[in-house]
Design a protein around this ligand. Structure first.
Ligand code: GDP
Ligand code: MG
Length: 296
């Protein structure tokens, strides 16, 4: 008999949630960068194992929101908790625990489903420091399991899979084996562009940027995609375009190469930078970007 169910992975920004999920799914489904708040949407990712299927929700990091957009991001993470069979709270074992973890723990304490604690990034800490950390957290919440691991190197990830399947209900797969996600290709195209922007720019640019796909055309040997990059100010537009368009070309070419691998076809990617002063407060746009939860 196989097991299957929904698992939500939550935690502060940048602890490694998306890295773990990509590893388990075996494909980059969620963009990963060294910057906090990379993930803005709730992303469903299906992972198949000999013992069953785990349907993960990757979630935006739980943090104190400053913008309407961030309020929706946190709602997406918190809202996912009541819909799953199991919650995996992830911490960065290499970072001292602070108010950010307190906030996440408070949220998780309301959950009825079993909660696993994942102590990630063990590749960065000594074995000796791990045991006191486990003890400290054991005292703070009756976690069903505490699993030290490294999403980056894969250390102990097999053990996590065994435990997850043990706790999930018996049953057949919830999605066909070849399903990766419920999100449209359009979404991933926008995310790949956004990832390159996050990687190549600094300071406020990553947070002030959104990517929207405006047109998509599947031709016999070419996928034609037109996308807007929205920023809040003229100065940001200047940075994104760069000297003689150099930055925009760099972003476009890196995103296109990745999209070609992802879609398995040649891609034409047209990028247009536009100023939209208050886009982070614009509910219609946030809904178009899938950041505002549907039905709100
Ligand atoms: P998220 O915001 O929680 O989804 O975090 P990401 O998956 O985007 O990862 C944030 C950063 O942490 C990236 O630079 C990852 O490469 C890095 N990272 C994730 N897991 C590990 C790990 O196990 N060890 C180390 N050393 N780095 C990691
Ligand atoms: Mg993420």
């Amino acid at each position: 008999m196989t097991h299957s169910g929904f698992v939500s992975v939550v935690g502060r920004p940048n602890v490694g949630k998306s890295t773990l999920i990509n590893r388990l799914v075996g494909q980059k489904i969620s963009i990963v960068t060294p910057k906090p708040q990379t993930t803005r949407n709730r992303i469903l990712a299906v992972a198949n194992f000999p013992g069953g299927q785990v349907v993960f929700f990757d979630t935006p990091g739980i943090h104190q929101p400053q913008h309407q957009m961030n309020r929706f991001m946190v709602e997406a993470a918190v809202g996912s908790l009541s819909q799953v069979d199991l919650v995996a709270l992830m911490l960065d074992a290499a970072q001292p625990s602070g108010r950010g973890d307190e906030l996440v723990l408070k949220v998780v304490k309301k959950v009825k489903a079993p909660v696993f604690l994942l102590l990630n990034k063990v590749d960065k800490v000594s074995k000796e420091s791990l045991l006191p950390l486990i003890d400290q957290w054991r005292g703070r919440h009756p976690f069903a399991e505490i699993v030290p691991l490294s999403a980056l190197t894969g250390d102990n990830v097999d053990r996590l899979v065994v435990l997850l399947l043990q706790y999930l209900p018996e049953g057949p797969p919830l999605y066909p084996q070849d399903t990766l996600t419920d999100l449209p290709e359009k979404f991933f195209a926008a995310e790949m562009v956004r990832e390159k922007i996050l990687l190549f720019t600094r300071e406020e640019i990553p947070y002030a940027t959104a990517v929207r796909v405006d047109a998509w055309e599947d031709k016999p040997r070419l996928t034609r995609i037109e996308a807007s990059i929205l920023v809040e100010r003229d100065s940001q537009k200047g940075i994104l375009i760069g000297k003689e368009g150099e930055m925009l070309r760099r972003i476009g070419s890196a995103a296109r190469q990745e999209l070609e691998r992802f879609l398995g076809s040649r891609v034409f990617l047209g990028l247009h930078v536009k100023v939209r002063e208050h886009w982070r407060e614009d509910r219609r746009l946030l809904r178009e970007l899938g950041i505002e939860p549907p039905g709100d």
